[in-house]
Write a protein that binds this ligand. Structure first.
Ligand code: 13P
Length: 287
C-alpha cells in the first residue's frame, strides 16, 4: 500500500523503533524489498537517489513500476516511495511523477536559503499529501554524486527547520555514506541528544546505515532516530552473491545464464540483508 511516510514515522518515534529506508536500483531490488517487508509485516521506505532515478530512465518510470508492483504483489504493509537527497528541481519532478514522499537536501545552502526552500516545499508537498524530509549538517562521503563533508548539525538550525513542519529531519551526526573508514570516530551522540532536545517528537533520520555497529544503531534509536537509510549494504550483498554464482560456474550450467537465474542469488541476498536490518531496527510486525 503506497502511502506518505508521515504516519509510519510518527508511530516509530512513539514506539521507539525505526523504519528502514532501502534504496532501490532496479526491478529486482524493488521486488526484494517489498516482499521482505510484506513477509515481516513491516512498514518500509523505498529510497530513490537522483542518480538511481536517472539510471531507471526517470522518476515517472520508477513511480509507475513501484505502484504497479505494489499492487500486483498484493503488498498490504505501508510503503513510502521517497526521493533521497533531492535537489529543489528533483523534488518537483518526483512530486509530479507520483512519489509519496520527498527529501529536500538543502544542507549545502546557507541556512536562510535552506529554510526558505524547505518551507516552500513543505507547503507544496503537504498540500498534495506527501511527506517531506529535510537535512541540516551534512552526511560525509559520497552517494550518487552527492558529496558531503560530514559536519555535525547545529541543534538550533535543526529547530529552525523542524519548526517548518517537516515530517522527518536528517541531522549530520558524524555519519557517512558508504563503508566507514578504519579511523571513524563513531556517531556523535552528544549532537543527537542536543538535536532531539531541540526538536521534540520530530522523527530523526540516520543516513549512512551501512556498517554502523548494532549498539550504536540501538543507542541512536533510543535518542530519537525513527528512520535509518541503508544503500551500500544491499549493493555489497548483491555483489557478493552474484560473484559466488559466477565463480562457481553456475552461469555456464544449463540455462544458468538466464537473467532470472543469474540475478536470483543477488535478489535473495538483498532480502536477507533487509530482513536483518528490519529485525535490528525493531520494525518487524509494526505494519
Ligand atoms: P549507505 O549507503 O551508507 O547505507 O547510506 C545510505 C543513505 O544514507 C541513503 O541516503
Amino acid at each position: 500500500m503506497l502511502v506518505s511516510a508521515a504516519e509510519m514515522l510518527k508511530k516509530a518515534k512513539a514506539g521507539h523503533y525505526a523504519v528502514g529506508q532501502f534504496n532501490i536500483n532496479n526491478l529486482e531490488w524493488t521486488k526484494s524489498v517489498l516482499l521482505t517487508a510484506q513477509e515481516l509485516n513491516s512498514p518500509v521506505i523505498l529510497g530513490v537517489s537522483e542518480g538511481a532515478g536517472k539510471y531507471m530512465t526517470g522518476f515517472k518510470t520508477v513511480a509507475t513500476m513501484v505502484k504497479a508492483m505494489d499492487e500486483e504483489l498484493g503488498i498490504t504493509v505501508p510503503v513510502a516511495l521517497h526521493l533521497d537527497h533531492g535537489t529543489y528541481e528533483g523534488c518537483y519532478k518526483c512530486i509530479k511523477a507520483g512519489f509519496t514522499s520527498i527529501m529536500f537536501d538543502g544542507s549545502h545552502y546557507p541556512i536562510e536559503e535552506n529554510v526558505a526552500k524547505t518551507k516552500e516545499l513543505v507547503a507544496v508537498s503537504h498540500n498534495l499529501g506527501l511527506s517531506i524530509e529535510a537535512e541540516v549538517g551534512s552526511i560525509g562521503g559520497e552517494e550518487d554524486g552527492v558529496v558531503g563533508a560530514g559536519e555535525c548539525a547545529d541543534p538550533q538550525e535543526c529547530k529552525a527547520i523542524a519548526d517548518l513542519g517537516v515530517d522527518m529531519l536528517a541531522a549530520g551526526i558524524g555519519n557517512i555514506h558508504g563503508k566507514y573508514p578504519e579511523n571513524w570516530a563513531g556517531l556523535s551522540f552528544e549532537t543527537l541528544d542536543a538535536v532531539q532536545k531541540e526538536t521534540g517528537d520530530m522523527p530523526l533520520v540516520l543516513h549512512g546505515g551501512t556498517g554502523i555497529p548494532e549498539d550504536m544503531i540501538k543507542k541512536a534509536i533510543s535518542l530519537g532516530v525513527a528512520k535509518i537509510n541503508v544503500n551500500t549494504e544491499c549493493q555489497l550483498s548483491f555483489q557478493e552473491a552474484t560473484r559466488k554464482y559466477i565463480e562457481a560456474g553456475k552461469d555456464q550450467e544449463g540455462k544458468g545464464f538466464d537473467p532470472r537465474k543469474l540475478l536470483a542469488p543477488g535478489a535473495e541476498a538483498i532480502k536477507a540483508t533487509v530482513k536483518e536490518k528490519m529485525e535490528l531496527f525493531g520494525s518487524v510486525g509494526k505494519a
